[in-house]
Design a protein around this ligand. Structure first.
Ligand SMILES: Nc1ncnc2c1ncn2[C@@H]1O[C@H](COP(=O)(O)OP(=O)(O)OP(=O)(O)O)[C@@H](O)[C@H]1O
Length: 439
């Protein structure tokens, strides 16, 4: 309770005192008592209504505002019709749910006294306080799983790395970090040097590639830091989870949503390939969503851990990637890379196009693709009956066994599935992506 009293006292400095310590019913504050499926709770303190708690559940948005369709209605005229939205992203069962708050109001929602700002999103942690000034305050409570693997060697001044785990990968763990000067939230990828090969790490590491890039669909790096056993990448916090979690929640993705996701993927890949960079590990987990409030959202490509700047005229010959998404020419290399190098065989950027085909198939059907004995892709499942012929045709062209037969990014953009919506897609991209995140 000590924290709560401190929080309420300090809140009263910036807003009106909305409740007295004696008014709080302490029994309601025990998160252990919540029912199943409740990820966290918002305790509401308002001078106009009794103390109450709002439960935050998996896949259910909580909205607060003046309108009577909100989960919690504010009666004061200074509140916006929809003032803020709280939503959750579930990454893994053994990870804490990620509960975010999106500020929807020009009047502003405050997190621990700092303005979030209309359109911005913050990750909520246990004990955080959201304020709608002159209306109500909300204490966020969440039961946290202890993260036994949390330890780091960062001792710089710019950031504080928190315990909030955002995701894990084969080589790294990603935590939420706070920029000390601004209070802004970032993602901090902590790479365990022992887990990555020295070639990947020193010669061609992802940060050296990422620093060269500036694109609204590619993750932005703010800073990197090197310690004896770890390497740190501080990057923009992407607040809608990854496409894997999104697909798990949705089952399948509507074709129109998939169209805009794939269009953005082509923008990112076109940019990379034009600079002779191959990503080499495109998969649902490496495509992050900025916020999926509606069917049109920005996606961000991340994890450049095995990305490679190709030398002109030279092919690649390392066995990398994630098996399910790996092009046949990479799989064929297993155990043969040296010979291929000598013969100047290997593979090129077309491997990314293959992975794009797998991603598109997964998004539209919720399943991994199956191939017939002659290598053609099978669209047998019921779900494909409702998918356009053009979409299936594009997937088939992406998943051509021979790399040379796959379209380039530019050719894919001219495919009828995109081309018949060309002007709408361009307009949407301009207004929803470029305007907000200019190059
Ligand atoms: N900038 C970010 N903002 C929010 N979440 C992130 C961010 N970067 C990564 N994550 C989360 O962490 C997960 C793992 O990140 P990432 O793929 O970069 O790690 P990795 O160790 O390189 O993984 P891999 O084993 O695939 O190489 C992602 O799937 C995503 O859920």
């Amino acid at each position: 309770m000590e924290f709560l009293s401190r929080a309420i006292l300090s809140r009263s400095e910036s807003t009106q005192i909305l409740c007295e310590m004696s008014q709080i019913d302490e029994s309601t504050l025990d998160i252990q008592q919540t029912e199943d499926g409740v990820l966290g709770r918002l305790f509401v303190f308002s001078s106009t209504s009794p103390q109450t708690a709002i439960s935050i559940r998996k896949y259910e948005d909580v909205t607060v505002g003046r309108g009577n369709t909100n989960t919690y209605q504010l009666i004061q005229s200074t509140a916006s019709y929809r003032h803020f939205r709280v939503y959750s992203v579930l990454v893994d069962d053994d990870m804490d749910p990620l509960v975010y708050c999106e500020d929807l109001s020009s009047n502003g929602t405050f997190l621990n006294h700092c303005l979030i700002g209309k359109g911005n999103v913050v990750l909520l942690s246990d004990g955080d306080i959201l304020d709608v000034r002159h209306c109500a305050s909300f204490l966020y409570q969440q039961k946290n799983i202890t993260d036994d693997d949390y330890h780091h060697e960062y001792d710089g001044d710019e950031f504080s790395i928190t315990h909030r785990l955002l995701g894990t990968g084969g080589f790294s763990r990603i935590y939420m970090a706070i920029e000390n000067k601004t209070g802004r939230q970032y993602a901090c990828k902590i790479i365990d040097k022992k887990k990555v090969s020295s070639t990947r790490f020193y010669d061609d590491h992802e940060v050296s590639i990422l620093k060269k890039l500036n694109h609204p669909n590619i993750v932005h790096v703010a800073m990197d830091y090197n310690s004896e056993n770890q390497f740190f990448i501080f990057e923009e916090l992407v607040t809608g989870g990854d496409l894997f979690s999104y697909l798990t929640k949705m089952g399948t993705v509507p074709e129109v949503t998939c169209l805009f996701i794939m269009y953005q993927m082509l923008q990112a890949l076109g940019y990379l390939h034009s600079q002779n960079i191959a990503h080499r590990d495109l998969k649902l987990e490496n495509i992050l969503i900025v916020s999926s409030n509606d069917s049109v959202f920005r996606i961000i490509l991340t994890d450049f851990g095995v990305a490679r700047c190709m030398e002109k005229g030279k092919r690649m010959s390392t066995f990398v990637g994630t098996l399910e998404y790996t092009a046949p020419e990479i799989r064929d290399l297993k155990g043969r890379s040296r010979r291929c190098k000598e013969m100047n065989m290997g593979y090129g950027k077309e491997v990314d196009i293959w992975s794009l085909g797998i991603i598109m198939y997964l998004l539209l059907s919720g399943n991994s693709p199956t191939f017939s004995s002659d290598g053609t892709i099978v669209f047998e499942d019921e779900v494909w009956k409702t998918i356009s012929r053009q979409a299936k045709d594009l997937i088939s062209s992406f998943l051509q066994k021979l790399p040379i037969q796959r379209p380039t990014v530019q050719e894919a953009e001219e495919h009828p599935w995109f081309f018949r919506h060309k002007s709408r897609l361009e307009k949407l991209y301009k207004t929803r992506i470029l305007k907000q995140y200019p190059l």
